[in-house]
Design a protein around this ligand. Structure first.
Ligand code: AMP
Length: 222
């Protein structure tokens, strides 16, 4: 099984993807996480991606496709794969359609998470995370007990470079221009596009995603 999580920045793809992958025991391939990891480790890929990421622009397709292909080939075929933050452009979607059959897979469904722009702005610019515990907070919706400090790790929270308000507007613009056309791309494919209201509580979104996937793909009790 292959499921793609599509939606604007801040809609909750990361959170929902992690919850879903854990519940279904699937692998999750989140290109943003892989790029941030490469950046932190100071690899050649990380160095090349950094300037695009910090400006809220997309990293060139060729770099992304090579990175995804490498990961995909290393994944056990019997487990489902959840794509989070990929594909983000039509050439990436076309590359995925070429690469998946080589590993005996196809896109089975697309989950489209949606929310109004005001909600997305607040969600992203309020986001803080703890590099130590991996926990994500929001200064408006889900603040830590002590301002700026992780409840679990007791160490300072970090504001992602591309979560600053100036960059957020650009990321939303890039989404509308380059990524949103993928909705039509997948509507025209065999894979169902499942539209989910992302402007609900985390638990309610997860329940909606699970229900929609169960109905579309008959995942059974997991
Ligand atoms: P994310 O964590 O998914 O919001 O991704 C953070 C940043 O990484 C994006 O703003 C892009 O600069 C870059 N990025 C992540 N995934 C992709 C992708 N599939 N194509 C191009 N750039 C990407």
């Amino acid at each position: 099984m292959v499921v793609i999580l599509l939606g604007p920045p801040g809609v909750g793809k990361g959170t929902q993807g992690a919850m879903l992958a854990e519940a279904l025991e699937w692998d999750r391939l989140a290109t943003g996480d892989l790029l941030r990891e490469a950046k932190r480790r100071g690899t050649e890929l990380g160095r090349q991606a950094a300037t695009y990421m910090d400006a809220g622009e997309l990293v060139p397709d060729s770099l992304i496709v090579a990175m995804v292909q490498e990961r995909l080939e290393a994944m056990p075929a019997r487990r489902g794969v959840l794509f989070d933050g990929f594909p983000r452009t039509e050439p990436q979607a076309q590359a995925l359609d070429r690469v998946l059959p080589e590993v005996g897979r196809q896109v089975d469904a697309v989950v489209l998470l949606e929310a109004p722009d005001e909600v997305l702005h607040k969600r992203i610019s309020g986001r803080r995370h703890s590099p130590e515990s991996g926990r994500v907070y929001n200064v408006y919706f889900d603040p830590p007990e002590q301002e700026g400090i992780c409840d679990e790790a007791g160490t300072p929270l970090v504001h992602r470079e591309d979560d600053h308000p100036e960059t957020v507007a650009r990321r939303l613009e890039v989404y509308r221009e380059l990524t949103e056309p993928l909705v039509d791309y997948y509507e025209a494919s065999d894979a169902p596009v499942l539209r989910i209201d992302g402007d609900q509580t985390m638990e309610a979104v997860q329940a909606s995603v699970r229900q929609a996937l169960d109905e579309a793909l008959d995942l059974g009790e997991t």
